[in-house]
Design a protein. Structure first.
Length: 383
C-alpha cells in the first residue's frame, strides 16, 4: 500500500475522525455575527451526530446571512471533504480564499482535497501556499511531503518530513515515512549493484552489513569473507569479520581479525577496545592496557575503555590510576552501575569510607532502577 493509499484509508474513509481532526485544530477565525455563530454551533452539533445533510443545510443558512464569510466557507468545505466530496470542497475553499487570501488553514485543507483527487501538483501548490501563511496548519509539512513523494520528488519529500520532525520529534508518521523512503532507496541500490555484478566486492560487503544489522552473523561472515577474497587489501573488512566472529563467540578467530584491523589502523577505536576486552577476559591486565589506552585516546568521551582501564589498574594494584579512569568513566556514563561499584571498592582500599559509601549507594540505586525497569518491561511485553 502506498503512502497516499494509507492516507485515504486512515483519513478520508473514516468521516467522523476526518471531520473532527479538521475542526479540532483551534485555528483563528474570522469575526462572525452572533446569529451566524449560533448557526455554526448548530452545524457542529449535527456533525457530532454524523448528520452531515443537516449540517450542510445549516451552513447554507449561514452563507445566506454572511455570503463571503471565510470561516463559514472553510467549515462547509471541510464538511464536503469529510463526505469525500473533494471537488465540491475545493470550490468552496476557493471562495474562502477569494474572500480572504491566506485565511487560516484553508490552503491546507484544499491541498488535502487535491490529494483525495490524486492531483498532487495542485496539492503541493496548496501546501506551499499554506506554509507562507502566518500560522500554517501543524501537519502541512507532513502532507506536503506525502504529495511530493507521490510525484517522485524524493529529496524534497525528505526535506519536508524533516521539517515535520523539527516541529515534532515524536512524529511517528514522519519517522515511518522517512524509514520507508530510505529502505526503498537501499533496496533499489542493492538491486542495481546486483544487476551490474552479483559477485562484486561491493555487493558482498554490502550484504555483509545487511545481514549483520539483522543479527544474521553466520551469513554476514560468509559475505565479508567473500568480499575480502575479492579485495584482500580493502580497509575495514578485517574489522567487520572480527565483529561477526565476536558475535558468534569465536573469540580466538575474532582476535586475529582485530589484530589485522589494528595493523591497518593502529588508532582504530573498535579494534583496540575489543582487543582490550579479550585481554581483560583472560585476565591479561597488563597486556590489555596498551589497547585500551589507544581506544581511549581515539575516543576520550567513551566510557567503556575508561571502565576497562579502571578494572585493569585495580587488579594490578594501582588504585590511584584506577580511580582516575573510573571517574572518567562515571563522567562519560553516570548510569553505569558497575563503575560506581568499582569506585566504591577503590575508595575503600584508599581509606575514603565516605566516598566509598556514596558510590555504593549510587550503585545500589542504579541497580534497583535497572531491575524495576526490567520487571516493568517484562510485565508490559505481550506473552
Amino acid at each position: 500500500m502506498t503512502s497516499v493509499e494509507r492516507l485515504r484509508s486512515s483519513l478520508f474513509l473514516c468521516p467522523v475522525m476526518a471531520g473532527w481532526f479538521f475542526l479540532a485544530t483551534g485555528a483563528s477565525r474570522a469575526a462572525v455575527p452572533a446569529d451566524v455563530a449560533a448557526l455554526l454551533e448548530q452545524a457542529r452539533t449535527y456533525e457530532k451526530a454524523q448528520d452531515y445533510r443537516g449540517a450542510e443545510e445549516v451552513y447554507r443558512q449561514a452563507l445566506v446571512a454572511a455570503p463571503d464569510n471565510p470561516e463559514v466557507l472553510k467549515r462547509l468545505g471541510i464538511l464536503y471533504q469529510t463526505e469525500l466530496k473533494f471537488t465540491e470542497s475545493i470550490e468552496v475553499f476557493d471562495r474562502a480564499l477569494t474572500a480572504q487570501a491566506q485565511y487560516s488553514q484553508v490552503s491546507f485543507y484544499e491541498g488535502v482535497s487535491y490529494m483525495g483527487l490524486s492531483q498532487f501538483e495542485k496539492a503541493v501548490a496548496c501546501f506551499q501556499a499554506e506554509l507562507a501563511t502566518p500560522q500554517p496548519h501543524p501537519r502541512t509539512h507532513y502532507y506536503d511531503a506525502i504529495a511530493l513523494q507521490s510525484l517522485g520528488r524524493t529529496d524534497e519529500a525528505v526535506a519536508q518530513f524533516n521539517q515535520s520532525l523539527a516541529q515534532n520529534p515524536k512524529d511517528l508518521d514522519a519517522l515511518y515515512e522517512l524509514a520507508h523512503l530510505y529502505m526503498s532507496a537501499s533496496i533499489a541500490t542493492i538491486q542495481k549493484l546486483t544487476d551490474l555484478d552479483p559477485d562484486s566486492f561491493q555487493i558482498h560487503a554490502l550484504m555483509g552489513d545487511v545481514y549483520a544489522n539483522e543479527g544474521r552473523y553466520e551469513e554476514s561472515l560468509k559475505e565479508y569473507r567473500a568480499a575480502l577474497a575479492k579485495r584482500p587489501d580493502a580497509p575495514g573488512i578485517h574489522y567487520d569479520i572480527g565483529t561477526a566472529l565476536r558475535n558468534l563467540k569465536q573469540i580466538d578467530e575474532a582476535e586475529k581479525e582485530f589484530l589485522a584491523a589494528r595493523a591497518e589502523n593502529p588508532n582504530d577505536f573498535g579494534a583496540n577496545q575489543y582487543l582490550g576486552e579479550f585481554a581483560v577476559g583472560r585476565r591479561d591486565y597488563a597486556g590489555a592496557i596498551k589497547y585500551l589506552k589507544a581506544a581511549s585516546a581515539a575516543r576520550p568521551q567513551m566510557a567503556r575503555p575508561h571502565f576497562l582501564l579502571g578494572e585493569c589498574y585495580t587488579n594490578l594494584g594501582d588504585q590511584q590510576t584506577a580511580k582516575s579512569e573510573l571517574l572518567a568513566a562515571a563522567q562519560a556514563d553516570p548510569s553505569d552501575a558497575q563503575v560506581h561499584y568499582l569506585l566504591a571498592k577503590i575508595y575503600r582500599q584508599l581509606g575514603d569510607e565516605q566516598s566509598s559509601a556514596r558510590e555504593m549507594s549510587e550503585f545500589q540505586r542504579l541497580s534497583l532502577a535497572a531491575k524495576e525497569k526490567t520487571l516493568e518491561r517484562a510485565q508490559t511485553t505481550p506473552q
